[in-house]
Design a protein around this ligand. Sequence first.
Ligand code: ADP
Ligand code: MG
Length: 346
Amino acid sequence: MSIRPLPDVLVNQIAAGEVVERPASVVKELVENALDAGARRIDVDLEEGGVRLIRIRDDGGGIPAEELPLAVSRHATSKIASLEDLEAVATLGFRGEALPSIASVSRFLIASRTADSGHGACLEVDGGRVGAVTPKPHPVGTTVEVRDLFYNVPARRKFLKAERTELAHIEDWLRQLALARPDIELRVAHNGKPSRRWKGEGTLLAEPRLHEALGEDFVRHALRVDHAVHPGEMRAALRLHGWIAQPVYNRAGADQQFLYVNGRAVRDRSIAHAVRQAYADVLFHGRQPAYVLFLELDPRRVDVNVHPAKHEVRFRDGRLVYDFVLRTLQDALAQTRAGIASPASL
Ligand code: ADP
Ligand code: MG
């Protein structure tokens, strides 16, 4: 066979293989777009665990009608424009491939309006085939509808699990988000019935949200952590804040371990290891600590462009970050043992 460029739709479908694993990944990408657009309130409507329908509506800045075709084009983004921007990404998205990928494996619709436009517009994409922009009334903000995920990729559709399993994945991810963004109001409905409502509660991680996401027992045993240092090589402080559970509150698994780096939920083996290490002397073997931790640092010292789904990051100063996390948590735990700090009064 001779070498030929792949058709666009196929390129997008290949990218979808990395970005869109299941309905929860679609919800994640769309909600992140809403947050990047400055939304204060996000409505998530689901049918059949998101397989039949995912509809996300936000009150963010919206997209001008003439840019709708760009929004669903590959590698088109409003979030970065240069390598310099890429090296200091402050938004959740930046790759410009979520919408085209999702739209290539579903029946997709995006409707939007910006504050300075009198009316809204809408664009449909069916399995990657892009339609024409048409006028459509819409409040300021954006709605994205994704129907029949993987309808044109039977091999992927086959791997979708039962409705309640897919819904559970979506809810897990929304909980992760709700913990990090208590300032955002998030409403979720499934099969036409409201299933969850996270009220916007201001800028601090407030008790009701911790309580709802992790339970009363976690809150009762939670220690507040907040420590910062300023290493010379970083432009901004290195800060770790959040809540860790006292050792008497522990888990069989890692189900209550939430780590965010510059606001992004990530999995990081090295930091997870540092946390476990801090608890090494105070937890029974095989038991896991519970925590909600936010690590903040100079965005130039952390590479977020490691994984297409952005679940992982790479630190330029891995050792320094590891030691900082370890020492901060060791100190916090030592203080409780010495009886200096009492359980957090939230
Ligand atoms: P990325 O988020 O990496 O830029 P996406 O494919 O997710 O790529 O989105 C492409 C572009 O579409 C974004 O850069 C943004 O300009 C626009 N966009 C997508 N969703 C929204 C939204 N909910 N509100 C406003 N703009 C949006
Ligand atoms: Mg995006």
